[in-house]
Design a binder for this molecule. Structure first.
Ligand SMILES: C[S@@+](CC[C@H](N)C(=O)[O-])C[C@H]1O[C@@H](n2cnc3c(N)ncnc32)[C@H](O)[C@@H]1O
Length: 267
């Protein structure tokens, strides 16, 4: 029923165009008038939806000043491999994490849970892997895919800036392509929260937008310098953020595609 709502504007436009042709207008004029009548309605409807549920259309999505990806959720798993974030990227992330059987893992901003499910495989039945994300549609897809694959990973709605877990719970916290979805103050909050829920000696493995590695990327990506969500990262400040959040050490351990950096920080 919800999906049928999107059929209304084209049907109304077609109906209006047909009525105007009956009234004697030429077909092109009738279509033009119909579009002029229907388009403001569509724009108004869109604005109301976006203001009621900022950055997404799912009312269940948890409120955050970050950027939940509800809108991309249905195509996310097809889109990632196209932009170079396929299986090889996930395996490289896990290589840096070096997960061991029996470990407790948290994946912050897990999206559709591809990495989370691979991590659950690595830690085996004695381990425990939890993925959190504010976007209801992402969590919905992650749960559905997890069920289909028989994965032990669990997925719960949650936000990076306030982790609903007790102190010292996890051996490793993963964060893949999530940090650039947060404004500067929430990045620090998220890193402090990751530190809090890590066991002493635990590790954070984070991969995200980083200082571009060559001039070609700078030419393409300089606009990111003017967006507060990415500015600090493209200026190469991830290490500073991690140390400011309280991590005892933070190192860049690799890169991906000239734009993403792999970071490993210890509590
Ligand atoms: C680019 S996706 C990455 C998803 C997944 N980690 C991956 O590697 O495919 C970024 C994710 O961060 C989530 N996100 C946005 N704001 C967040 C917040 N405040 N806390 C946690 N996750 C957030 C989005 O909903 C989205 O699923």
């Amino acid at each position: 029923m919800k999906k049928a709502v999107w059929l209304c504007p084209p049907l109304m436009a077609a109906l209006a165009a047909w009525i105007f042709t009956l009234l004697g207008f030429t077909p092109w004029t009738a279509v033009l008038i119909a579009l002029l009548l229907v388009c403001p309605g569509i724009i108004f409807y869109g604005i109301v939806r976006v203001f009621r549920h900022p950055r997404g259309f799912s009312p269940e999505t948890i409120h955050t000043r970050g950027m939940p990806l509800d809108l991309l959720a249905p195509i996310y798993d097809r889109y990632c491999p196209i932009i170079g974030l396929g299986r090889a990227f996930r395996l490289e992330t896990l290589r840096h994490a070096g997960l061991r059987a029996g470990e407790y893992i948290l994946d912050i901003g897990c999206g559709t849970g591809v990495l989370t499910r691979l991590a659950a495989h690595d830690v085996g039945p004695a381990g425990r892997v939890t993925g959190i994300d504010p976007a209801a549609k992402m969590i919905g897809i992650a749960k559905k895919n997890g069920l289909a694959e028989g994965s032990r990973a669990e997925f719960i709605p949650g936000v990076a800036e306030h982790l609903d877990f007790e102190d010292n719970r996890f051996d490793c916290v993963l964060s893949s392509a999530m940090l650039h979805h947060l404004p500067p103050d929430l990045k620090i909050k998220c890193l402090s929260e990751a530190l809090r829920v890590l066991k002493p000696g635990g590790r954070l493995v984070l991969v995200d937008v980083d200082r571009p590695s060559n001039t070609a990327w700078w030419i393409v990506l300089w606009p990111l310098l003017f967006w507060s969500f990415t500015e600090g990262q493209v200026k190469g400040r991830i290490k500073e953020m991690m140390i400011n959040a309280g991590f005892s050490s933070a190192e860049r351990v690799g890169g991906w595609g000239g734009l993403l950096g792999f970071w490993k920080a210890f509590k």
